[in-house]
Write a protein that binds this ligand. Structure first.
Ligand code: PXG
Length: 290
């Protein structure tokens, strides 16, 4: 059965969900998106994803043609139309069809589409055994260039870094801030464990404020695990007790090696395992029912 995609106001078979070659999302990466998961019939943290979507759109002066209630409903219905209870949802709003100049005023109306599908980003084995990562030479851009807090369609910065990971055989790539501090990975936030507490780069370091990151910080605090958002270098990361990544697609992935340095004994650690366990128990209970 063909998958149904919400595309500009209707559910259409995926073959018919096609964007114009004049769409500025395609021509210029002019648009915003969200990657969301559903667990057991609950769209995880949908309100938080909608907050971020509308905030990203506001910053780039893009008027989303649906109100929040409509958008919430569209996401739920896209899962329902495809009979999905566990899903990976991609919500995209582009500037829409314009002419060949980059002026957004030429675009008639934003294009909106929502896809609900299944993905397993990484093999199950990786969550057990951990991942090796390394630092890319591509830095995260500062807010005045392309603001990492805006989840825009302009991902070339991250893709350039991901290409380095592919070339070097790393599962993910660490990206530093312009000043050389640990920032985040191409599609995930990063945490380290020091003396039993969690440490993660502070928002000002040029990171996307991940919803999984925020969830992990909250789960840790509830469990009495100390948390700190701060500035640190790779020296501190290489010498951490544990390292893990967080993201809607990746969920929580243990990291066992960074830049050829094994993290402690090179095996996923107990705090990471505990956080994964807490996250898996929490996720299906927190969000909006399909
Ligand atoms: N940093 C960046 C740069 C991201 O793109 C995250 C952190 C994690 O944020 P959330 O809110 O998901 O915890 C992201 C996530 C994917 C995928 O398939 C994920 C993202 C973008 C593209 C693909 O996992 N964003």
């Amino acid at each position: 059965m063909s998958q149904k995609v919400f595309f500009d106001g209707a559910f259409v078979p995926q073959e018919l969900a096609t964007v114009s070659v004049f769409d500025h999302g395609l021509l210029y990466g002019d648009g915003v998106f969200e990657g969301i998961r559903a667990y057991g019939g609950v769209v995880f943290k949908l309100e938080e994803h909608l907050d971020r979507l509308y905030a990203s759109a506001k910053t780039i002066l893009l008027d989303i043609p649906y109100g929040r209630d409509e958008m919430r409903d569209i996401v739920r219905r896209t899962c329902a139309e495809n009979g999905l209870k566990d899903a990976y949802i991609r919500l995209v709003v582009t500037r829409g069809r314009g002419d060949l100049g980059l002026d957004p005023r030429k675009c008639e109306k934003p294009t909106v589409f929502v896809i609900a599908d299944k993905i397993a980003l990484y093999p199950a084995e990786l969550y057990e055994n951990g991942m090796s990562i390394g630092t890319g030479s591509t830095r995260r851009s500062r807010a005045e260039i392309i603001n990492p807090q805006v989840k825009s369609l302009n991902y070339l910065n991250n893709i350039m870094a991901k290409i380095e990971a592919n070339q070097r055989g790393w599962g993910e790539v660490l990206m530093l801030s312009e000043e050389g501090f640990v920032a985040e990975c191409s599609a995930d936030n990063i945490f380290m464990v020091k003396q039993g507490g969690l440490v993660t780069p502070a928002p000002h370091l040029g990171i996307l404020l991940g919803i999984t990151r925020q969830t992990v910080l909250e789960l840790a605090r509830e469990a009495g695990i100390a948390t700190l958002e701060t500035t640190f270098t790779r020296h501190e990361l290489w010498n951490a007790d544990e390292v893990f990544l967080t993201g809607s697609g990746a969920e929580i992935v243990p990291v066992i090696e960074v830049d050829g340095r094994p993290i402690r004994d090179g095996k996923p650690g107990p705090v990471t395992r505990d956080i994964i366990r807490r996250f898996r128990a929490y996720a299906p209970t927190n969000g909006v029912a399909i």
